[in-house]
Write a protein that binds this ligand. Structure first.
Ligand SMILES: O=P(O)(O)OC[C@H]1O[C@H](O[C@H]2O[C@H](CO)[C@@H](O)[C@H](O)[C@H]2O)[C@H](O)[C@@H](O)[C@@H]1O
Length: 254
């Protein structure tokens, strides 16, 4: 029964046992799936979407993927009806059957994007990724461009620091609107059914996930760093599969 679902103890967190009445809040890149050479190249294990769907059902819908990615990417990689927050919390779809909520946030001037394009033209291997209210310069394929990308993005944000933040990501620099974060996404989800009243368990690997972890702890739950708690995305997927197994820990009451 959904109300009795229990998560097994995360293997790498001494002292933390099984978790009753959980809400699962999962980062995508580097957490559910391994990091790849480019954003389009991530490989989603074929059984992952179905596993998340099954867990979401067990949790009466209290499972969300909370990612820096736009929702259209998440829908592409995980084509199942589960709650999602995209663009670092700038778009939120708590109910997969309803349209996404889009808080009123600023978008960067077109001139900023043009300057990013100019940098990409100078550094083959770099690329720009667009978000609803910002964009990213990726330099994983051209590491020598990292300092120039940082300098450019920092100078753009300095033109309007009240409206935008500069985010350091994994081999990437991102401009994000102020007022959106994984923390705001967790807060919004945990304040409404079916998440409200449950114990939030946020799992992520990156510095932007720390905002989500902090809010999960504030709501009486857990912020788990993937590397410590599960070792790798494969370790996390194994734990999720154990939780979802019909005779596994998920089916018992603590
Ligand atoms: O919040 P997340 O789900 O962890 O997303 C964070 C960013 O992930 C993506 O970029 C990162 O992953 C790419 C694929 O593995 C990798 O090529 C890139 O170097 C990483 O920075 C995504 O493209 C971004 O939009 C997300 O914000």
């Amino acid at each position: 029964m959904a109300g009795q679902f229990v998560l097994p103890a995360p293997p790498g967190v001494p002292g933390l046992g099984s978790i009753g009445r959980p809400a699962l809040l999962l980062d995508f890149d580097g957490t559910l799936v391994e990091i790849a050479a480019t954003p389009d190249a991530v490989r989603v294990p074929p059984d992952l979407p179905g596993l998340l769907h099954r867990l979401s059902d067990e949790l009466a819908g209290a499972l969300a993927v909370i990612s820096g990615r736009p929702l259209k990417d998440l829908d592409h990689f995980l084509p199942v009806p589960i709650a999602m927050a995209g663009d670092h919390g700038a778009t939120l779809r708590p109910d997969p059957a309803e349209p996404a909520l889009r808080p009123d946030l600023p978008a960067p001037p077109a001139a900023w994007r043009t300057r990013a394009d100019a940098l990409v033209a100078r550094h083959p291997g770099t690329l720009v990724e667009d978000k609803a209210h910002g964009f990213v310069i990726h330099y994983r394929q051209a590491p020598e461009a990292g300092p120039e990308a940082e300098a450019l993005m920092a100078s753009l944000v300095a033109e309007d620091p009240a409206a935008f933040d500069l985010l350091e990501a994994r081999m990437a620099w991102e401009i994000r609107p102020r007022g959106a974060s994984k923390g705001t996404a967790v807060e919004a989800l945990m304040s409404r059914p079916p998440f409200a009243g449950r114990v939030p368990v946020f799992i992520g690997d990156d510095v932007t996930d720390e905002e989500g972890m902090a809010v999960a702890r504030r709501f009486g739950g857990h912020g788990l760093r993937l590397q410590d708690a599960f070792g790798s995305p494969a370790g996390l997927r194994d734990w999720l599969a154990r939780a979802a197994a019909p005779s596994g820990p998920g089916s018992t009451t603590p």
